[in-house]
Ligand binder design. Structure first.
Ligand code: ZN
Length: 221
């Protein structure tokens, strides 16, 4: 793995930034790809650009505005309030097919730049019910990508089975706890670092950080 090239699907948030550090540790050459789908917070793109630049990672920004055209959503429209899903419903931040499209385009890019490995920060543990964050979906798409391009890509999901506290622990082990805490943007209200403290993304991020800082010894398998 060490001698290979990898592409990280990168949004500038906590999870994908932790994945970027993970990739830099595990691969010889790392590039990042960010999808521009007219995010509600344009700052996301700027945050991603700054982080990639600082870490010396080649950064691709791909126009995915068609996603917003297809599925107007709370993540892209500021006139739609972010709401958690109730009674088994998906939250209204769900964009159907988003990871299917992102990972497929990441695969095409990987093929273009000669990268064998694709890294994504999707996770089943803090599962909001997004079907295309599931391990079985990622494995299925890996096979499909390989068949579609006659390649042997490997999709890595370092966060798939860990919770938010363990994601903080992983960042810490990679020497990036402060960097991830201070530089990333997860907040639905577009505030960097610890964020607004009130939206669902901030609450999840803070609960994980508090849990990790309270008991840092709880290990990752
Ligand atoms: Zn927030």
């Amino acid at each position: 793995m060490k001698n290979d090239k990898a592409i990280v699907v990168f949004s500038g948030g906590q999870d994908s930034t932790t994945c970027l550090f993970w990739a830099l540790k595990n691969f010889k050459e790392v590039e990042a790809v960010t999808f521009d789908y007219n995010q509600r917070h344009r700052l996301e793109i700027e945050v991603a650009k700054d982080i990639a630049k600082e870490l010396g990672v080649r950064h691709h920004i791909l126009d995915m505005s068609l996603l917003n055209q297809l599925t107007p959503n709370a993540l892209t429209r500021d006139d739609i309030e972010v709401k958690a899903g109730e009674d088994g419903e998906l939250p209204n931040t769900f964009v159907p097919g988003r990871n299917l499209l992102f990972l497929s385009f990441a695969g095409v890019l990987a093929s273009q730049v000669g990268a064998k490995h694709i890294i994504t920060g999707v996770c089943e543990t803090d599962f909001s019910g997004y079907p295309d964050c599931r391990d079985i979906f990622v494995k299925s798409l890996n096979v499909t990508l390989n068949l579609s391009m006659d390649q042997t890509f490997v999709i890595h999901t370092p966060l798939m089975w860990i919770n938010k506290a363990q994601t903080w622990k992983l960042a810490d082990e990679l020497g990036a706890l402060d960097f991830v805490r201070e530089r990333t943007l997860t907040c639905y209200n577009g505030m960097i670092a610890d964020g607004c403290g009130e939206c669902p993304a901030c609450l999840l991020r803070k609960a994980g950080l508090d849990q990790y800082l309270d008991s840092p010894k709880e290990g990752i398998e």
